[in-house]
Write a protein that binds this ligand. Sequence first.
Ligand code: PSU
Ligand code: MN
Length: 302
Amino acid sequence: MTIPLSISPAVQSALDEGWPVVALESTIISHGLPRPDNLAAARRFEALLTEMGVVPATIAVLDGQLKAGLTDDELVRVANEDIPKLSVRDLPIALARGGSGATTVAATSYIADLAGIRVFATGGLGGVHRGANETFDESADLTVLSKVPITVVSAGVKSILDIPATLERLESLSVVVLGYGTDKFPSFWLTDSGYELDWSVPDAKSVADVMVSRDALGQDAAILVANPLPVQDQLDPAVHDRALTDALLMADEKGLSGKDVTPFLLQTIVGLTDGDSLAVNLKIAENNIRVAGEIALSWSSR
Ligand code: PSU
Ligand code: MN
């Protein structure tokens, strides 16, 4: 069986010509944002890149095909159909059944790499959950990033997770972590988690330089670019802390586990912040997409 990978004509010609391409994930569309804002956001994410002269490649699984680059009809399907969230381990099952699904950071990175795409923008990466010492709940995003040579731009990880444990695991897994214009790891809705990073880069060209030396070393792991939201755009820290405490308590009371934990926490926090977290969420995704676009431009102009 050959890999059922379907690359859109626009993405394929950009890859052939060495033009800049940025992969976008689909779980943020299907599970991370509510309808109908999700479809508008998915279209805006692509438009932001197109306006920069970068080709967007939204990644998903549709009818048993791994897709890199979606038509507008396909974006509508991802936004409006009740499709499952697929990590890397779910891909063989989805393909065998001819099924569809939205891809997590892990699955998006994996498919983008199969397609030959080097740069990927997401909102927030999965990581080690609080209480993981008992539940073992650690996102496959981390282990997959130890094996896939992609550059992911993320606003750190959300404070729903155990941030220091996530940073420790990124170190164990030899994932390169670069603060983008900062030496503090961002915590998604908040500019600064309070945790220090070892390395900071000032601009997109410096990230492309690290990609070049990473390739020269033949390393397997990804580069994580931690891109903070400007402080004036962050969620009010008091609102944030209250919503976080309540959402974690509610997830605990429900006894959630597995892949349902992250979407539940994200949706609950949108409700608890009267939608403020959602507005910030969109700014974060856009901020990351712009930086990923600049990195892809710098990478393709070497
Ligand atoms: N964290 C966010 N927003 C998201 C996700 C995580 O701040 O939308 C999504 C991403 O697709 C990520 C996935 O890859 O959740 C991780 O899920 P889990 O924790 O079940 O591995
Ligand atoms: Mn999990």
